[in-house]
Ligand binder design. Structure first.
Ligand code: SF4
Ligand code: SF4
Length: 303
């Protein structure tokens, strides 16, 4: 066990890298989330319709169509064949997330993410128990159920209750009932189930996880030899089950976090005071040498 295991999560990283260095990707993600929201708000608030629509379907500069592929898939299940523009928009979105990681949508774009992050932060501060932890596969079953419900009802079923769409539409066009859904997600994550919504139930996250199964952008525990078992990465990771295979792997095991559940949020990179983690691509399986190996090599060269 590390000597500094008693320190609150992230404090050692702040001491070593400074507050900004220990929150770099968190700050970038908040900027990214605000940027995507601002693009959609320019029209209704300032009459600048550079981007018209919502996350479900939009058009940028009247040219570039972007469609949420899950919305399109529900439409197809409901028996509505999409127009070519919507199909093109969905293919563009699919190609982008297949490349950079499907769940980049979750950590860098989705407006619910700051809500669930806030619930997690408060949950930790209050020292609450984990609570109910349904199987992580529950979100895949909910995804299948959403498509099944669309087929049965002939509607885009999940969108009627999807907190992601409701919050985004609410922020752009007025909140109304959306506040209740957002509050429900917050309270659920705070009091019922730690990381419960995004980590176990949300079918949108499950869908984007499937999209990013073979994505190029990956986090690597390249410097795992320097790990001092402080467990801070596990404490901040919204999908902590993805870390161990890369971090605890033996000499022949890849240091890459290959699970599609990883959201590429970069928090493990932020809070690691010895810089174990880094962003790289899926073909980069380099592992840094343990510190004693480097020191031995240096002393042999010096001798
Ligand atoms: S899991 Fe769902 S609600 Fe959570 S960040 Fe991803 S899309 Fe948004
Ligand atoms: S492994 Fe790192 S990048 Fe992936 S979800 Fe966890 S904290 Fe985020």
């Amino acid at each position: 066990m590390s000597e500094r295991a008693h320190l609150p999560t992230g404090q050692e990283a702040i001491r070593v890298k400074g507050w900004r260095g220990a929150h770099r990707y968190l700050l970038l993600r908040r900027l990214s989330q605000a940027f995507f929201l601002a693009l959609f708000l320019l029209g209704p608030w300032f009459g600048l319709w550079w981007v018209a629509g919502t996350l479900a379907g939009s058009r940028t500069f009247g040219l570039l169509p972007l469609t949420d592929p899950l919305v399109l898939l529900q439409g197809v299940a409901a028996g509505h064949w999409p127009e070519m523009t919507a199909l093109t928009g969905a293919l563009i979105v699919l190609a982008a997330y297949a490349l950079i990681g499907g769940r980049v949508y979750c950590s860098w774009v989705c407006p619910i993410n700051p809500v669930t992050d806030a619930a997690h932060w408060l949950h930790d501060r209050l020292g609450l128990p984990k609570g109910w932890q349904p199987k992580r596969s529950a979100r895949l079953w909910l995804l299948a159920a959403a498509l099944g419900a669309s087929a049965l009802t002939g509607t885009i079923a999940w969108e009627a209750v999807n907190p992601v769409t409701m919050l985004h539409r609410g922020l752009v066009f007025g909140m109304g009932f959306a506040w209740a859904m957002v509050a429900a997600v917050f309270v659920f994550d705070l009091l019922v189930s730690r990381h419960g919504w995004c980590g176990h139930l949300c079918p949108v996250g499950a869908f984007y996880g499937l999209v990013g199964t073979r994505s190029l952008l990956r986090v690597s525990a390249r410097n795992r030899a320097a790990c001092d078992d402080c467990m801070d990465c596990y404490a901040v990771c919204p999908e902590s089950q993805v870390i161990s295979p890369a971090l605890r792997g033996g000499p022949g095991d890849t240091p890459l976090i290959l699970s599609p559940d990883c959201t590429n949020c970069g928090r493990c990179i932020d809070v690691c005071s010895v810089d174990v983690f880094t962003f790289t691509h899926r073909f980069d399986a380099r592992v840094s040498a343990p510190p004693e190996t480097v020191n031995n090599a240096r002393s042999q060269r010096a001798a």
